[in-house]
Design a protein. Structure first.
Length: 563
RNA sequence: UGGGGAGUCGCCAAGUGGUAAGGCAGCAGACUUUGGAUCUGCGAAUCGGGGGUUCGAAUCCCUCCUCCCCAGCCA
């Protein structure tokens, strides 16, 4: 279907590595990936890249993918997020069959392994305070120094660790640390913390535990338990890999391969969880599912399809260099997908009244319209036509600019699926605003063809004033007005929000076939864009979200003329 | 200044010693009852710079530069 997508999914450095593993038989030809979200927020398009990558890799090699929640920090994680993540992943088309796991499923095993490390003299209970641990860690250029508690006996460590588990210490009083190397140039290896004390209720294990494993201590072993072959993660974990490997090696258990790739960045938006949470909590957007958000739930509400997101992820590929993808590519992908499947309808966003002076009063006729020229199976529908219509304000210009070939005084255009009409008169109010157009129609051009063969330069959309349904339309633009929010020194990304990222039009009109629409339904309003019915829709009020506009040649010309 | 990564068209990204894919964006044109879609054409004097090896290098070696990540009892 798309050469670039095929090409991208055919070749990338991860596949090269897997091919090599298959060649040497490292995993016996097996490929098993996993997506390991922390349930502390909603999924965004960057996560979709990771999910789809894990899915496509597994699929390409006849393997499987697990879903495992990395729920090792009860103070940040909530059930609401696990539910949301599962929902979004299913929507994206992910299938983990019965392999839904939680790192918390492995807390007992992890505890037992910690005891094993202590017995091997590879871990110790440290009573240094948080501040002290930081001081002892050294800096990027200076080695750290050993904790005074580093050489406690195995017996003492065993006893202390059990006391930690039993809640005999306060939060922050002590931690369990791996005994590796306080002088390692890799700070992750300077006796990393394995367990910390948290008297917090966990969303799954409740109050069973008061000690919780750190990410590094939980992640690799969780992969190992699940028999993961290729543990894909983002670049910032590259220097955690030696630790990932160290734990597995010390424990002597099955050893997956961690592979890091660059996370997705998109311009004109933000992707960090911290920033997204801030947008939600401070009310800069209407919630996680605000159609302007790069979250999966937001994009779904906006009208994106899983197919469009999949196409996008195939197109951008995967590599190790930090990059920022132009959001235009995402928009291209939705258009590409929606063009083939979205039924066409007519909707007028900014109505301008048109009266056909030679059309009989009170007459109505049904005109035939094609539902989707890209899809013959979509069939046809009828749309009512009458003496009074609404057209788009943009489709009329009293003093037409060069290259503008829509309606103007004395000029003739075609009404889509209707007749040719000619503007005879312009009616203005006291302030000089154009409030109505008086036009004539040519009865011989019904359906849009002139028997005498004359041509018109433009075809415009319309609705019959007496039949049209009122609608609210929400137009969205980039959430941020700058390409890379938060990149500038000393400028808060909040200040770079696009003040016009949402424009609400309350007096739009749509053709009557749209009278009863259901949230989630998608349409193309001809010549305008793709729209998705918002959940705010009620039987009395239709609300449409603009997913993305159509490419607009005239807008481009205007821009050139303006400059 | 320690360690780990990355630098190929405006933006992604192939290429792994044989003489620079593709996509997005842009520009030009064809077609068109959506100025949509589709189709065609155009576009890389430095493959970060400089040396070197080689008949031949984006691909190998040396060196320099730039950018990203790491000093949470976050993930």
């Amino acid at each position: 279907m798309n050469g670039a997508a095929d090409e991208a999914s055919r070749s990338n450095f991860i596949r090269d590595i897997i091919d090599e593993h298959n060649r040497t038989g490292r995993f016996g030809g097996r490929v098993h990936t996993r997506f390991p979200p922390e349930p502390n927020g909603y999924l965004h398009i960057g996560h979709a890249k990771a999910i789809l990558l894990n899915m496509s890799i597994a699929e390409a090699y006849g393997g499987k993918m697990n879903l495992r929640f990395d729920d090792t920090n009860p103070v940040k994680e909530e059930q609401e997020y696990v539910d949301g993540i599962i929902h979004d992943m299913r929507w994206l088309g992910a299938d983990w069959e019965d392999r839904l796991f939680f790192a918390s499923d492995y807390f007992d095993q992890l505890y037992a392994w910690a005891v094993q490390l202590i017995k091997d003299g590879k871990a110790y209970v440290d009573h240094l305070s948080g501040d002290e641990i930081r001081e002892y860690r050294g800096t990027l250029t200076e080695p750290g120094k050993d904790s005074p508690y580093r050489n406690r006996s195995v017996e003492e460590n065993l006893k202390l660790f059990e006391q930690m588990r039993n809640g005999e210490f306060k939060e922050g009083e002590c931690v369990l640390r791996a005994k590796i190397d306080m002088a390692s140039p890799n700070l992750n290896l300077r006796d990393p913390v394995m367990y910390r004390i948290r008297f917090a209720t966990h969303h799954r294990t409740g109050d069973k535990w008061c000690i919780y494993p750190m990410y590094d201590w939980a992640h690799g072993q969780s992969d190992s338990i699940e028999g993961i072959t290729h543990s894909l993660c983002s670049l910032e974990y590259e220097d955690h890999r030696p630790l990932y490997d160290w734990y597995l090696d010390q424990l002597g258990i099955y050893h997956p391969q961690q592979i890091e790739f660059a996370r997705l960045n998109l311009n004109h938006t933000v992707m960090s969880k911290r920033k997204l949470i801030k947008l939600v909590q401070e009310g800069h957007v209407r919630g996680w599912d605000d159609p302007r958000m790069p979250t999966i739930t937001g994009m779904r509400r906006r009208g994106y399809t899983p197919e469009a997101i999949r196409l996008f992820c195939d197109m951008i590929g995967v590599a190790k260099s930090n990059s920022t993808v132009d959001i235009a590519m995402l928009e291209y992908c939705v258009r590409q997908d929606l063009n083939k499947r979205a039924p066409r309808r007519m909707g007028v966003l900014r109505p301008l009244k048109v009266v056909l002076t030679n059309y009989p009063e009170g007459q109505t006729e049904q005109l035939n319209a094609i539902n989707n020229p890209e899809d013959p199976d979509a069939g046809t529908r009828t749309v009512p036509f009458s003496r009074t219509l609404y057209i788009e304000q943009d489709d009329f210009m009293e003093n037409p600019a060069p290259k503008y070939y829509r309606l103007a005084p004395g000029r003739e255009v075609r009404l889509r699926y209707g007749y040719f009409i000619k503007c005879e008169d312009v009616v203005k109010d006291a302030q000089g605003n154009i409030v109505e157009l008086r036009c004539t129609y040519d009865p011989a051009t019904r359906g849009g063809e002139a028997p005498d063969g004359r041509k018109v330069k433009a075809t415009i959309h319309w609705v019959s004033a007496g039949h049209a349904k009122a609608a609210e339309v929400r137009l969205y633009d980039h959430l941020f007005s700058v390409p890379n929010p938060g990149e500038d020194e000393g400028v808060d990304f909040i200040e770079q929000l696009n003040p016009n990222s949402m424009q609400i039009i309350t007096n739009a009109f749509v053709e009557p076939s749209l009278a009863e629409v259901k949230p989630g339904e998608r349409f193309q309003f001809e010549r305008v864009g793709y729209f998705c019915v918002d959940p705010d829709t009620t039987p009395e009020k239709r609300v449409f979200n603009r997913t993305v506009g159509l490419k607009d040649e005239w807008a481009k010309i205007q821009k050139q003329q303006g400059a």
